[in-house]
Design a protein around this ligand. Structure first.
Ligand code: MG
Length: 376
């Protein structure tokens, strides 16, 4: 069975404020229509996006791949019709018609609508009205209405493809939604459970509501870092920001603080933004002898600029000597100061490699680190 979806995005709605229609504005870090598209994508075989001609470059800038694009008409009905006609080439069995401005639709609702289409030619999500209903006139209540049996309609509204295509072709008067079009053509539409979360973004307040709803979803990123530096002539090593006396020194372009490099790379890794070598190329003479705190501070700043805060880091140094234990508190304190992080969120620990390998032969020191970043 082939299931298609139409994302209706041709509207010019600017009641939400801003210079562009609401579906092209950002909710958190993502354009509304992009979030809607990505939510529907896993549930359907084909997606048709119906755009206003002025929005084609906006769509292309998102880098998303729709199976087909249709140009919207003067009304919502005309836009849906354009989408249905574009989908004819794919001969889908079912079609879900969804508002681009409902980006928080859940997988559960989408599955419920598709499931109900097994036994009905139409199915759509809705919420029973729970508030009392009034009529009003000149600022006063002129009457009350019975709310029993009343529902607030949502999307996606799902249909047998041929049935809704024919229904739209024969629709001559403007319809509130596709369920209205379907019913006018005699198609029975099953009601499935909607959700308050599946709100339609219309006003600025709706953006705030959607933002609050997303606030409960934590965005947590984890990155790892690994680094090795070899021993050479010298009388100290820098490890996690602490100068430790030792019979040899670690070699490297910077101060060769292997622990701090691993922590820095873990943060870059969590951000998906490269590594120390990319941000501070060893070939660039300005970083010769650089203090590694410059690198770590850069990574932390990059996290902040991208809306993340470092939640914790854990670094393990692998060496036989020097002994790390006596310096652990100072190392944690040094990292905490550079990262402006509570010292309880930092772990520095050490292990030997049982005299095995290059660390066991005391040819160098290795470090691994993990960093957790949380969207703030
Ligand atoms: Mg290094």
């Amino acid at each position: 069975m082939t299931i298609a979806a139409i994302i209706v995005a041709a509207g010019r709605g600017t009641r939400a404020g801003g210079d562009v229609p609401k579906q092209w504005q950002s909710l958190r870090d993502e354009v509304v229509i992009s979030r809607t598209f990505k939510t529907l994508r896993p549930h359907v075989n084909i997606i048709c996006v119906v755009l206003h001609k002025d929005d084609v470059t906006r769509w292309e800038a998102l880098g998303l791949t729709a199976d087909c694009i249709a140009m919207g008409g003067a009304t919502r009905d005309a836009s849906v019709c354009a989408g249905l006609e574009a989908l004819c080439a794919y001969s889908p069995d079912k079609v879900l018609i969804h508002d681009a401005a409902r980006p928080l639709v859940s997988a559960e609702i989408i599955r419920s609508v598709i499931g109900a289409l097994d036994s009905h030619k139409g199915a759509a999500p809705a919420l029973a009205v729970t508030d009392a209903l009034w009529t009003g006139h000149d600022g006063t209540v002129s009457g009350t209405m019975d709310r029993s049996g009343l529902f607030r309609a949502q999307t996606p509204q799902g249909f047998d493809f041929q049935a809704i295509l024919e229904a739209h072709k024969h629709q001559s008067t403007p319809a509130a939604d596709d369920v209205a079009v379907a019913r006018a053509a005699g198609i029975e539409v099953a009601i499935v459970a909607g959700c308050e979360r599946n709100l339609k973004i219309t006003t600025k307040d709706d953006f705030l509501r959607a933002d609050n709803l997303l606030g409960y979803e934590m965005d947590v990123r984890i990155g790892n870092g690994y680094d090795v530096h070899r021993f050479g002539v010298g009388d100290h090593v820098w490890l996690c920001g602490v100068k430790v006396p030792h019979g040899r020194s670690l070699q490297g372009h910077s101060d060769a603080d292997v622990g701090m490099h691993a922590v820095t790379d873990a943060i870059y890794g969590a951000l998906g933004m490269g590594d120390i070598g990319q941000h501070f190329p060893p070939s660039d003479p300005q970083w010769k002898g650089a203090e590694s705190r410059v690198f770590l501070r850069h990574a932390v700043n990059l996290a902040t600029q991208n809306g993340f805060k470092v939640s914790n880091v854990d670094c393990t140094l692998v060496c036989e000597y020097p002994k790390i234990g006596p310096h652990q508190p100072a190392m944690k304190a040094a990292l905490a100061a550079i990262m402006e992080l509570d010292v309880n969120r930092i772990s520095v620990k050490a292990t030997t490699s049982e005299r095995l390998g290059f660390t066991g032969r005391e040819e160098g020191i290795a470090a691994i680190a993990t960093a957790t970043l949380v969207k703030s």
